[in-house]
Design a protein around this ligand. Structure first.
Ligand code: GLU
Length: 414
């Protein structure tokens, strides 16, 4: 096994390769190679036993070039400063690919969050929120959910922020519960956005998404909704996996029942079908593979075993550059994370717009606007890839970096 690749080095290399292709100036390269601001906090909280524990909290604000910084908060023991920096840079490109008026940011707590009690989770999150309060805001930096965080955490942070500034300010964070300023459709948005991309891809190529076979690696929020919505479009989800195992069913998995099973038992094991070791899911012969877990699922070590004809990245950074290069060489299209999973941040944008206007949309309005944005972005990336004869990640980066650079040039004279 090769070592865990350093996400920030990968992010920088990806950026610099495209920057060279776009002939960007040394100043722009230097400016966009690092976050504009990086905050590292000590975050104390009182455990249930009554002792005080101190956790490292991070917020990287990669870019404000196109608007306030935007991006999620991940609470996980493997979080590192470099990983958060990488993810913040990816958020900048993601917001630019779908052309929403934000820069990029990411935050994290280095903690085994799942091992904490509910009361500890709340105390820790509120303590982190108080550290974040001076550096976030609806016109400055707008956090959101990411790995192991959801609308409960967002509500605590919004409430803590309101306590600090002295008035409610729902637009400071997105992914809130619907009853506390959240948007309808935000929970399903990442999976739905991915399904819209895939639907459009098949319309633009073979004609229809109906009947394609799909394997989904990772059965959390994004994976579950992607599977559910794709299957609603007529695709045949034949395999799902989680961190424990995989299930394969050639006749097709009944996705609604599978989600119910996962929610009830916490695992995919037991869903009707054949049990496989979790990594075997990646090697199935399917039309579409959706990596929806963490980074580095597909590396130089396992890429040659992958037989899927299309990959759509629901997770952030699930392919290493070696894996990317292999797919490019073998003609396998990869719909990159900055496009495929941008539905989440797009509906976050809708939530922020609704909060600021105090005018709330129906779920149909949200989904219709999301579909429009995802289809347009997919068409633009596909066109860029064809025009410049590059893979889709490079094409998405070319579009995104081009937009960020134009903003910098017109506003800051770079
Ligand atoms: N964490 C999600 C992402 O990586 C959503 C970010 C947001 O909604 O701001 O895209």
């Amino acid at each position: 096994m090769s070592e865990k690749p350093d996400a920030f080095k990968i992010a920088q290399q990806q950026f610099l390769a495209v920057a060279d292709r776009l002939k960007l100036s040394p100043a722009i390269k230097a400016f966009l190679s690092e976050p504009e601001a990086l905050h590292v906090f000590t975050v104390p909280f009182v455990s249930d036993k009554g002792d005080t524990r101190v956790i490292t909290g991070i917020r990287a604000q990669h870019s404000f070039a196109r608007g306030p910084a935007k991006g999620g908060l991940r609470f996980h023991p493997d979080v590192t400063i470099d990983e958060v920096k990488a993810l913040s840079m990816w958020m900048t490109w993601k917001c630019a690919v779908v052309n929403i008026p934000y820069g990029g940011a990411k935050g994290g707590l280095i903690v085994d969050y799942k091992a904490l009690s509910d009361a500890e989770k709340e105390r820790l999150t509120r303590s982190y929120a108080r550290r974040l309060a001076p550096i976030i805001g609806p016109d400055l930096d707008i956090p959101a959910p990411d790995v192991n965080t959801g609308n409960e955490e967002m509500a605590w942070i919004a409430n803590e922020y309101a306590n600090v500034v002295g008035h409610p300010e729902p637009a400071v964070i997105t992914g809130k519960p619907v009853e506390y300023g959240g948007s309808l459709g935000r929970g399903s948005a990442t999976g739905r956005g991915l399904a819209f991309c895939v639907e459009r891809y098949f319309e633009n190529t073979v004609g229809s998404v109906k009947g394609i076979t799909v394997a989904v690696q990772g059965f959390g929020n994004a994976g579950q909704y992607a599977a559910r919505i794709l299957s609603g479009m007529g695709a045949n989800v034949v395999a799902v996996s989680d961190s424990g195992s995989a299930v394969y069913n050639a006749k097709g998995i009944s996705v609604g029942a599978a989600i119910e099973h996962k929610v009830k038992t916490g695992v995919v094991e037991g869903i009707p079908g054949k049990k496989l070791p979790k990594d075997k899911l990646l090697e199935l012969e399917v039309d579409l593979l959706v990596p929806a877990a963490l980074e580095n699922a597909i590396t130089g070590d396992n890429v040659s075993k992958i037989k899927a004809r299309l990959i759509a990245e629901a997770a952030n950074g699930p392919l290493t550059p070696e894996a990317d290069a292999y797919f490019a060489k073998h003609g396998v299209t990869v719909i990159p994370d900055v496009l495929a999973n941008a539905g989440g941040v797009t509906v976050s944008y809708f939530e922020w717009v609704q909060n600021r206007q105090r005018l709330y949309w129906t779920e149909t309005e949200v989904n219709t606007r999301l579909r429009e944005i995802m289809r347009r972005a997919l068409d633009e990336v596909q066109r860029e890839a064809a025009e410049h004869k590059v893979n889709w990640r490079t094409a998405a980066y070319m579009l995104a970096i081009g937009r960020v650079v134009k903003a910098l040039q017109s506003s800051q004279g770079f």
